[in-house]
Design a binder for this molecule. Sequence first.
Ligand code: SF4
Ligand code: SF4
Length: 109
Amino acid sequence: MSKTWDVSDMDNWRSDQFPNGAVIPVAGNSEEYSTGGWRNVFPYRNDEKCTQCLLCWIFCPDTSVLVKDDKVYDFDMKHCKGCGVCAKECPFDAIEMVPEGCELPEVKK
Ligand code: SF4
Ligand code: SF4
């Protein structure tokens, strides 16, 4: 059974009333937040190394590995926060975390 939090008085909440943490007042609202704005590195997938095992898709905590017809084809940059989990978990070393603004042709070398 889901629980709905009463947030009607939220403007009067003070930080010293709560321990460190966060309140998620509505379930499933993470898609509304552009967590891509946190990113300072982004994942670059090498198509030649990638075997389409889909482990990066399974492990990405933000469902930002985009798959179509059982194949990874891109990343959702609106939500990818650059955590690097996909690169860490890829068993074929096919994903490299690259600084924002990096020229991709140089990365491919
Ligand atoms: S984990 Fe690596 S090899 Fe597997 S689909 Fe993702 S990028 Fe490709
Ligand atoms: S860097 Fe993190 S958020 Fe972005 S695609 Fe990889 S696992 Fe997902």
